[in-house]
Design a protein around this ligand. Structure first.
Ligand code: ZN
Length: 201
């Protein structure tokens, strides 16, 4: 299983980090050992600035290579919410040297994932999702603001990586990313439904 993530897929988030709006999707991977499901998150000792990034996650239900955009919706059945935990201090350092981001995004526990639900329950083209940090809403997104749609992401990444059943795609975060601290509780919602709940230590 692999975890494929897209960066800068919401214009206002790209701008808040001072990045350009990308012409093609910005892609990075997290290893399977980054997956955090039904467990608490522990702030790693190598970072003083771990950020949350709330993202819609799609689960590949049918593998493929060179998937066409018009067929891409047949390759996933379920969605969830994920937290793309990012060691922002380390990422900024790596970015400033022009180095890959993996250490800042692929560490153990860096891919929080909630429960999966059939996509049939949702209007994927205009889905509201939001994050509460210790009872305060900090991120609000709507999938209509994505620069690249779910189908475009699948078509794009499958030119490079064969997609397999069970692979997860993190589809980008809206604006409002910020720091987590010990004892915070993150709760993510799609519309009014709570999908993910993570305690920070
Ligand atoms: Zn992200």
């Amino acid at each position: 299983m692999k975890i494929i993530c897209i960066g800068r897929n919401y214009k206002e988030h790209a701008q808040e980090l001072g990045n350009e709006i990308p012409e093609s999707p910005v892609i990075f991977l997290k290893p399977e050992t980054a997956l955090l499901k039904g467990r608490d998150f522990y702030i790693p000792e190598f970072s003083k600035n771990i950020h949350y990034e709330l993202e819609i996650v799609i689960k590949i239900s049918k593998g493929g290579k060179y998937i066409l955009k018009e067929n891409a919706s047949k390759h996933f059945e379920e969605i969830s919410l994920g937290i793309d935990f990012t060691a922002r201090d380390l990422q900024d350092h790596l970015k400033s040297k022009g180095l890959p981001w993996e250490l800042s995004k692929g560490f153990d526990g860096a891919a929080g994932v909630g429960s999966f639900f059939s996509k049939e329950n949702f209007n994927l083209k205009a889905l509201n999702f939001s994050l509460e940090l210790s009872e305060k809403t900090v991120q609000k997104g709507n999938t209509r603001d994505m620069i690249f749609s779910f189908e475009e992401i699948i078509a794009f990444v499958s030119q490079y990586f064969t997609l397999k059943t069970g692979d997860l795609l993190f589809t980008g975060t809206p604006k409002g990313v910020g720091k987590v601290s010990e004892r915070d509780i993150l709760k993510g919602y799609i519309e009014k439904e709570k999908i993910i709940d993570i305690k920070i230590h």
